[in-house]
Design a protein around this ligand. Sequence first.
Ligand code: AMP
Length: 225
Amino acid sequence: MSPQATQTMRLVFLGPPGAGKGTQAKVLEDRFAVRQISTGDILRANVKSGTPLGLEAKSFMDAGQLVPDDVIIRMMRGELAGGESFILDGFPRTIAQAQALDETLASLSLPLTAVIMFEADRDTLIARLTGRWTNPRTGRTYHAVFNPPKVAGIDDEDGGPLEQRRDDTRDVVVERLGEYDAKTAPLIEYYRKTGLLVSVDGLEPIDSVTSAVLSAIDGPAKARP
Ligand code: AMP
């Protein structure tokens, strides 16, 4: 049985940049009453409007490095209080962030229902990220070769211009993947111990990954009503 539109889901999407977390989060957000909380999108919006948070985060983001834990944890506390169902896309990215998330969710009595690990090999990630075009207004992404928009440089949905993210250049991508290996990959073991971790193959076509995510959600979500 696939999840109902009203089913509560509190998910962490884990995996390296370019593995398809944001794409799948948007598919689920469109289909179910679930909010995508993307730390990357929130940070980029803050950089764009020049808030103190954006100014603090910008240099780290441009260099492909993680923004310090205290900044991210402060930012996320407010976001999490807002709802029953959510998909965390790009958070947590360190053990300290995962521990802070556990504490916050425990205090709100909102336990996670599943952690989805998106698997992908390094060469594919580099190819995906360096060919990626993003709608800066919605965060929706395309790929010049693998998932092109109908008209080059234009978003299919809102008809506005697409941009290449500053941190999707090759050098910065390599730095981001290094940060993932050093600081985020240890979360796989952290979440494996909770019994909530399920892996999906991020290299499959978008629809197949969605099906895999939905069956993954059904498993742990059922076990923890
Ligand atoms: P993303 O859009 O998820 O690839 O994130 C873009 C950039 O935002 C990352 O390379 C980091 O600089 C920063 N960032 C996003 N989420 C986090 C996080 N949970 N912890 C630290 N930095 C983050």
